[in-house]
Design a protein around this ligand. Sequence first.
Ligand SMILES: [Zn+2]
Length: 273
Amino acid sequence: MDRTDPHKESHFTEFLKPSQVVFDLSADDKVQALEELLDVLVKENLIKNKKPVLTRIIDRERLETTAIGDGVALPHARVNTGSNIVVAVGYSKGGVEFDAVDGKKVHIIILIVWNPALPGLFNHLFAGLAQFLRRPDFRERLYSAGSKTELYGVLSEIHLSLPRSDDQIVSRGSLLWRLQEIQRDKKKATGAVMKKLTEEADFIRGELDESLLDRFDRLMERYGFAVSEVEDGACMGCFINLATGMSSALEGRNDIFVCENCGKFIIDSKKKK
Ligand SMILES: [Zn+2]
């Protein structure tokens, strides 16, 4: 393995077989379209129950629409389906009403269900898709596809840069840091600010795995903070120097380590943003 490059090149079609593409959705509203795509995933044996996944996706949509404009929607939910990531794509010539940010109907719906244990994988997939879907020429070719084969052909051009293994992925360190900031800000917040902070916190929690959050909550309760920075090789939570190996492993990384002395999460001070 090439250790200088933590990413591997991958294609969207690694997650998407032609049978997971609906060429012309019959739905004309959001919920129908989501159901139509979930039915495909059930039929393909990629998910067992449609209901809980649908509920999670709709909850997520309530928080903020995933119809990002220009005819594209990326509804998603974090549910353990037994696979890492499950994807379905629907195309609608006439368009689907999806509460899009620009008020336009949606023509391409990419539905993603991912395993909560692998938050980083989803972030990378999402970022990769967005990169292609932002290009007007690429969208134009998607929308003018005349058949499922043609559509699949265009989708197969999407390539992704995915992390090689989960521990190298993630921005979990900065997510936890942000969550800690939010939790502190919430103590003085009211009204609309409070609502916004709560939504952001819920969203971040949705991206992180249970065991991590469990530990985070216990530390917050006990000490009022759970994540501390490392400066000049010392944990700023307990001011004890870390073992040399540990502090160099941490440097420049954005992942999470735990201080052996005080048990708090520690992140490189340069990486907290
Ligand atoms: Zn410490």
